[in-house]
Ligand binder design. Structure first.
Ligand code: GLA
Length: 391
């Protein structure tokens, strides 16, 4: 009898953990993370200014909510093992910052590492998971990114599961973002563990790095869904290493991939173009679509690709990607785009007349002739993105 009760309690607890897990990231998380722009030079002032800018720039209204401090906020542990904040960078401590961020209606995230030390050599979480989770809950943390440096022989699944359980026990709902760079194929096991998992090594602010990451997502669509997302890494939009067209392509592809949208630029000093890209409501709606499907690459020929993302209510988003160095003239047959789903044809099921078809970057109805044909020029490293929404 006692045994049964214990089993029932365990089932209820794990169901509680699962229900909480699912609810926290029904659509891909959106926010900002300090690493891509500021690296270890992050500090209290930077984070507060970014929080202000997230509100004043319209990013909060566009759906961004998490402000995440990455590596380098921690400096040591005290005699009781409590994590010690780097007071030169964060003189008022972390709770002060969390309160400030919350006062703006935003949510607060922080970084740790599953190993003995973080990637920048600061104290890691190993052996302190439950203690740290309690501290994070006390500070008001809403999102935890857990890295994978200095883990030697640790097992990834059990290390991350341990942190998941520690967070659950701490009693505050906290999104868990796994950052083990895809090395242990987290998409195969992390669904019940975290809300998102990095699929690759670190992004760099260049076209080659960004497009290489896109290639690595090609076989992963089936693993993403509400509550559990593939994470191709944080955005480099606005950091200067790519042209505006390339930044638009980067953002479009992340939205097609149902990727978490964590801006990685200096929000306080961004250009109008960067702000326009990051807050584009049409593209964000594709990313945040409640069906939660990641796009598949349906066609690839000589530097030209067609990506398709199913949307709710028999809708879809289609991205025509010119990844070559030359302009491409593309003859589009919208009938084909509507009926092709990558893995099979719905030849007779759908008809163009039943759909609103929008060119998402132009924000206009897509142009085509009576038979649904159109010719467009796509500049190098650029995209055309369309949505098909049922009338
Ligand atoms: C790793 C992660 C990055 C960043 C740094 C911080 O490289 O993949 O995203 O968090 O560590 O040191």
């Amino acid at each position: 009898m006692k045994k049964r009760l214990v089993i029932l309690l365990c089932v209820l607890l794990s169901f509680g953990a699962f229900a909480q897990k699912f609810d926290l990231a029904k659509t891909p998380p959106m926010g900002w993370n300090s690493w891509n722009k500021f690296g270890c030079k992050v500090n209290e002032k930077v984070v507060m200014k970014v929080a202000d800018a997230m509100v004043s720039s319209g990013m909060q209204a566009a759906g961004y909510e998490y402000i995440v401090i990455d590596d380098c906020w921690q400096i040591s542990r005290d005699k009781d093992g409590e994590i010690v904040v780097d007071k030169t960078r964060f003189p008022h401590g972390i709770k002060y910052l969390a309160d400030y961020i919350h006062s703006k209606g935003l949510k607060f995230g922080i970084y740790t590492c599953a190993g003995t030390k973080t990637c920048a050599g600061r104290p890691g979480a190993l052996g302190h998971e439950y203690q740290d989770a309690r501290t994070y809950a006390r500070w008001g943390v809403d999102y935890l990114k857990e890295d994978w440096c200095n883990t030697t022989t640790q097992d990834a699944k059990s290390s991350y599961t341990n942190m998941r359980d520690a967070l659950f026990t701490a009693g505050r709902p906290i999104v868990l973002s796994l950052c083990e760079w895809g090395s242990n194929k987290p998409w195969e096991w992390a669904g019940p563990v975290g809300h998102l998992w990095r699929t690759t090594g670190d992004i760099r602010d260049s076209w080659d790095s960004m497009i290489h990451i896109v290639d690595l997502e090609k076989d992963l669509s089936k693993y993403a869904g509400p509550g559990h997302w593939n994470d191709p890494d944080m955005l480099e939009v606005g950091n200067g290493g790519m042209t505006i067209e390339e930044d638009k392509t980067h953002f479009s592809m992340w939205c097609m991939l149902a990727a978490p949208l964590m801006a990685g630029n200096d929000l306080e000093n961004m250009s109008k173009e960067t702000m326009g890209i990051l807050t584009n409501a049409n593209l964000i709606a594709v990313d945040q679509d409640s069906l939660g499907k990641q796009a598949i690459c349906a066609r690839e020929v000589a530097g030209y690709e067609i990506w398709i993302k199913p949307l709710v209510k028999e809708g879809k988003a289609v991205c025509l990607l010119n990844r070559s160095d030359e302009e491409k003239t593309v003859h589009i047959d919208f009938n084909y785009l509507l009926t092709e789903n990558g893995d099979y044809w719905h030849k007779d099921k759908y008809e163009l007349k039943d759909y609103y078809i929008t060119d998402l970057w132009e924000n206009i109805e897509a142009k085509m002739d009576k038979s649904g044909l159109s010719t467009v020029k796509i500049p190098p490293h650029s995209v055309k993105v369309y949505s098909f929404i049922k009338k």
